[in-house]
Design a protein around this ligand. Structure first.
Ligand code: HDD
Length: 682
């Protein structure tokens, strides 16, 4: 390890610095450095005459503009990223020789891009979809990319089917509808005809597919990889990211409304957290298996539609990633970053998972078209922080000026350099797995059980989660026009659970399934969001206040929220100062026009003299919607009357102030619980 990385912990940040440009306060020039004297009028033959071809400034400016766009990613086009650091809790020397997993004193710079899968670059962020969770570790041995999702399994088992899956998922080609949604005929037609998708579909129909925040979702490497130690001993490994804020979700109605109210909801939340110093943190976990235990399970560990239940193979937490710096420029960094599951370091190797094997070709290929040629590794965001040398040359946009006449290996002219490295010197040596077999296009029999783990997932859900899954299926299939597709899907999911399939059939006008059923009784509590850590930290409370609110009470509540890491933002009839009884002034950041309850995790009706009936009506609407989305609600002072006006009485997650005092502890506990599912509709 270089001393530099030990001292400042972020060699990537330093590497990016010379590439940053601050244009503020500078003179305008052309790209050739020529000072520009006029930027409002093109060069013309006479004031009212035609523009002249010799106007090089106009031509350069316009030509650059005409070429500003690059192809969006074929999948995961809508994404948002941040910089951060990874620190190791303890050495993993026993299992891997990967340098960044050996020395806990070394912080490794990381760049993480979160994304939706289906939507275009400008699509809404709170759609029902898997989320990409791609991490680039800038290690001293080269870049290591962990290109995962927030769902631990995948739709298909073999990469050759990926184009079919994505064609079915994307907007239908004849009319380009629907955007960023799986609720349409081609997708469900694919599902019904490719039953290996059953397990992932269960996840996609669950609350996992509508995360509350990018900082409140788990991440998974999905595939089985290998750790290899310095003795050449390998273990199978699965990778996990566990958010310290716990894993939480939106409710579907809320998610749809957010798509309209704030299509940038997830990126705004991540951006603001980092700007406010509330850095998102994710612990890094591994599940490890000895090579000799490969066949110990009732599923094939190479099958990417299967997970390893955490109760059977515990997740060992080995480090933590903190996202602490926003990008300076979204295009230069977030858009141009190029991930690839094949970017590995010594000590991390592949398995024969046929999905992973196929990914290893697809990612470089896509960068070639997306980033315009083979030199994308030279873009600042993609450069490793360690030196890189080889005999690759030229191509579009080449930046490196390689000196000397030699660009081939072997050679004598340059003393046979750049030289390869032995394993002891850090050279990457593939794990020498013994492989033999006939050339066949086939699926192993061990990959043919598509339903047991789908049932395991269903069995592991809490009652509200089960209801949400049925509702999600009912919505999605409800949008499918072909009756026979709805019926096929219902019949397919009867193999997961017959009651579930019957409930879906009822909602979508299909015949209840005749056959099906599952013998799987097992559950895995780790799969339920109901069992995840509960903390109020990172949540956002909308505070509805009017002038004349009770300063003492409101101040106490706001202080208590702040102490717990809960953000509070004031909503009133108009923007600006709202004064309390004894001079306390709050700044209203929102009005009922610019804010909406769906943008908050909880509501505090703080009270005050409502200026008119409209205020009380708006407040009641706000509170009602929050209540319908199972959110914590508290009311003090006149806020209690607003709450009464909304028809909400006492109930789970509703905290009423009494005698100018609000039980802040109860309110904070209600916020920590996040949703209060046991509520009766108003
Ligand atoms: Fe993929 C992008 C994750 C299967 C082909 N994929 C992409 C991104 C993520 C994933 C997070 C966005 C990276 C970024 O932010 O730039 N992909 C996955 C996971 C998979 C998976 C977790 C299954 C376990 N992907 C998969 C297969 C193929 C691809 C089977 C093709 C054989 N994926 C691509 C791609 C993308 C991509 C077309 C589009 C943009 C890019 O690569 O850079 O090559």
């Amino acid at each position: 390890m270089s001393d530099e990385s030990k001292v400042n912990g972020n060699s990537k940040n330093e590497q990016l610095e010379p590439f940053r440009s601050n244009d503020e306060g500078k003179k305008m020039t052309t790209n050739q450095g020529l000072k520009v004297s006029e930027d409002e009028f093109s060069l013309k033959a006479g004031e009212r005459g035609p523009t002249l071809l010799e106007d090089f400034h106009f031509r350069e400016k316009m030509t650059h503009f005409d070429h500003e766009r690059i192809p969006e990613r074929i999948v995961h086009a809508r994404g948002f990223a941040a910089h951060g650091e990874f620190e190791l809790y303890h050495s993993m020397k026993e299992y891997t020789k990967a340098g960044f997993l050996l020395d806990p004193s070394v912080k490794t710079p990381v760049f993480v891009r979160f994304s939706t899968v289906a939507g275009s670059r400008g699509s809404a962020e709170t759609v029902r979809d898997a989320r990409g969770f791609a991490t680039k570790f800038y290690t001293q041995e080269g870049n290591y990319d962990l290109v995962g999702n927030n769902i631990p399994v995948f739709f298909i088992q073999d990469a050759v089917k990926f184009p079919d899956l994505i064609h079915a998922l994307k907007p239908e080609p004849h009319n380009e509808m629907p955007q960023a949604a799986s609720a349409h005929d081609t997708f469900w037609d694919f599902v019904a005809n490719n039953q290996e998708s059953a397990h992932m579909i269960m996840w996609a129909m669950s609350d996992r597919a509508i995360p509350r925040s990018l900082k409140m979702m788990e991440g998974f490497g999905v595939h089985t990889f290998r750790f290899v130690n310095d003795q050449g001993v390998a273990h199978f490994v699965k990778f996990h990211w566990k958010p310290l804020l716990g894993a939480h979700s939106l409710v579907w109605d809320e998610a749809q409304k957010i798509s309209g109210k704030d299509p940038d909801f997830h990126r705004r939340d991540l951006w603001e957290s980092i700007e406010n110093g509330d850095y998102p943190e994710f612990e890094f976990g591994v599940q490890l298996l000895k090579e000799e235990d490969e066949f110990k399970f009732d599923f094939d560990i190479l099958d990417p539609t299967k997970l390893w239940p955490e109760e059977d193979v515990p997740v060992q937490i080995i480090g933590k990633m903190t996202l602490n710096r926003n990008v300076d420029n979204v295009f230069a960094e977030t858009e141009q970053v190029a991930f690839h599951p094949g970017h590995v370091v010594p000590g991390i190797d592949f398995s024969n998972d046929p999905l992973l094997q196929g990914r290893l070709i697809s990612y470089t290929d896509t960068q070639l078209i997306r980033l315009g040629g083979p030199n994308f590794h030279e873009l600042p965001i993609n450069r490793p922080v360690c030196p890189f040398h080889n005999n690759q040359r030229d191509g579009y946009g080449r930046q490196t000026i390689n000196k000397g006449p030699v660009s081939y290996h072997n050679n004598s002219l340059a003393g046979n350099t750049p030289a390869t490295s032995t394993e002891a010197e850090g050279g990457y040596v593939s794990y020498q797995e013994k492989v033999e077999g006939r050339k066949v296009r086939a699926r192993s029999d061990s990959f043919k059980d598509h339903f047991s783990q789908a049932t395991l997932f269903w069995n592991s859900m809490s009652e509200p989660e089960k209801e949400h899954i049925i509702a999600a299926f009912s919505f999605e299939l409800g949008k499918v026009k072909h009756k026979f597709i709805r019926q096929q899907v219902v019949d397919m999911f009867a193999n997961v659970n017959t009651e579930m399939a019957a409930a879906i059939a009822e909602a979508v006008g299909a015949t209840p399934p005749q056959g099906g059923g599952s013998k799987v009784m097992k559950s895995s509590p780790a799969l339920s969001l109901a069992n995840k850590a509960k903390t109020p930290k990172g949540r956002k409370v909308g505070v509805i206040a009017a002038s004349g609110f009770n300063s003492g009470e409101v101040n106490a509540v706001l202080e208590a929220l702040k102490a717990e890491g809960v953000q509070a933002e004031v909503i009133s009839a108009k923007l600006g100062k709202v004064a309390g009884t004894d001079g306390l002034e709050l700044e209203a950041m929102h009005t009922f026009l610019t804010a909406d309850s769906v943008l908050f995790d909880a509501v505090y009706a703080a009270g005050g003299t409502a200026p008119d009936k409209k205020f009380i009506k708006d407040a009641a609407y706000f509170l009602n919607e929050a209540y319908a989305h199972y959110k914590p609600i508290s009311a003090g002072g006149e806020g209690r009357a607003w709450l009464e006006a909304s028809g909400i009485g006492k109930g789970p997650g509703v905290v009423m102030g009494e005698d100018s005092k609000l039980d802040t502890k109860s309110f904070i506990a209600a916020i920590a619980a996040h949703r209060h599912w046991d509520r009766q509709p108003v």
